[in-house]
Each structure stands twice: as structure tokens, then as C-alpha cells.
Write a protein that binds this ligand. Structure first.
Ligand code: CA
Length: 218
């Protein structure tokens, strides 16, 4: 039998999920794919240079290659990640197109970043750098600068959608620092909105209904 308590609970759950659920807009944000030198995981595209798919045992996308400047641990996301290099005018950039955006809506892009570098003989990519976020090829912001040995830090920034479909990409911020950084656990979601007064009122009404129904029962 459907009681006022059921209706009130349903209303409460509906308003809560509408207010707090945020849909993931990134495909394969875990960057899961085979170890590859010059390649990115399914769902992603290379826009500049030669990014690599790697993990803690396979540097620059080469199997059994421990050429890290500093030893990495696994990221919180786990599995494989993507390595991005910078060397003067040579830059590496990868990304994917976000669709279904609402113009004027704020979104939060978050990711994990680490700086484990690359060293082999006289070849050294050991500098400090930051990971920048680009929308349609224009930088909208950067994570914090990380020195060699920085072992996975959560980064995020907020942007406002300018059109329903925009190209999201990642590139190192400094072109002068010869660095090789790691990125994993990429996510884009609607920026957490504070529920509007009408939503709070509905939730309050739902709670009131539950309490009233419970009292009647007692
Ligand atoms: Ca991963």
C-alpha cells in the first residue's frame, strides 16, 4: 500500500538526486590502455607531439623500461596513465571532445598529476612543470607546479562552457622547462551547485511528510 510516507520519501529522494548527482562527461578518464610509446588510450586523441601510455614499471610507454627520474607509486586512480613531455618548442598535448555541455554552466575538471621525469644516458627530462588545461586549444588554467619526485597530487579547476561541444586537452604549462609529467584520473562534472531555495523547500516538505507519517503511526 502506498502511504503518504512513501510519497514523501520518493519526493525526498528525487529532489536530493536532482540537486547532488553530477554526470561524468569524460570517456575513459582512468586512461586505461596498453603500454604504448606515442599513443593514448581509447577515447583520447593526440593533438601535438607523442604522449605515451605508461605505468610504474614502463616509462615513456616502453615495456620494462625503468628510466624514471624519480620512482613513482600507483596513482589513486590506478592502472595506466599518460606521460606528457615538453622541450622548448616541442610539446605534447592530448584530449577529447566534451559534448552535451550547457552554455554558461560551470564545470569542474579534475585530475591527478605526478612528476617522475625521464632520464637515460645524457637525455634528461627532469625539470619542474605544471599541467595546463585547454579548451578548444586555449589555456583556461593550470595545476600547481610540481618538482621532480612529486608523487600524485589531485588538481582541479573550473571553467564555464562557451558552447555545447568543446575540445578538452592537457599540455605542460612551461615550454622552457624540459620536463616529463604524468596525468591520470581525469574527470569533468558540473560544478557542485548549492541547492536552490525551492529545492530546500521541497526537501523540507519531504522530511515533514516522513515525520508526520511516523507520528500518525505511533
Ligand atoms: Ca589510470
Amino acid at each position: 500500500m502506498i502511504t503518504i510516507r512513501h510519497i514523501a520519501l520518493a519526493a525526498l529522494m528525487a529532489t536530493s538526486s536532482a540537486a547532488f548527482a553530477a554526470q561524468e562527461l569524460v570517456t575513459n578518464g582512468s586512461l586505461t590502455g596498453p603500454i604504448t610509446n606515442n599513443g593514448v588510450p581509447t577515447g583520447w586523441t593526440i593533438f601535438e607531439g607523442t604522449p605515451d601510455i605508461m605505468d610504474g614499471l614502463n616509462n615513456v610507454g616502453l615495456i620494462n623500461t625503468l628510466r624514471f627520474g624519480a620512482n613513482p607509486t600507483a596513482s589513486a586512480d590506478g592502472g595506466t596513465w599518460v606521460g606528457l613531455g615538453s622541450y622548448g618548442s616541442y610539446m605534447e598535448r592530448f584530449g577529447q571532445t566534451l559534448s552535451g555541455l550547457t552554455v554558461g554552466q560551470q564545470y569542474t575538471v579534475s585530475w591527478e598529476a605526478g612528476n617522475f621525469g625521464y632520464t637515460y644516458g645524457s637525455v634528461n627530462y627532469l625539470g619542474s612543470n605544471a599541467i595546463s588545461v585547454q579548451l578548444d586549444g586555449v589555456t583556461v588554467g593550470s595545476g600547481s607546479q610540481l618538482d621532480l619526485g612529486s608523487n600524485w597530487y589531485k588538481q582541479s579547476l573550473t571553467f564555464t562552457a562557451g558552447s555545447a561541444s568543446q575540445q578538452l586537452s592537457f599540455i605542460l604549462a612551461s615550454t622552457t622547462s624540459k620536463a616529463y609529467m604524468s596525468i591520470d584520473g581525469i574527470s569533468v562534472k558540473t560544478a557542485q551547485a548549492v541547492p536552490e531555495p525551492a529545492t530546500w523547500a521541497l526537501m523540507g516538505l519531504g522530511l515533514f511528510g516522513v515525520i508526520a507519517a511516523a507520528r500518525r503511526k505511533a
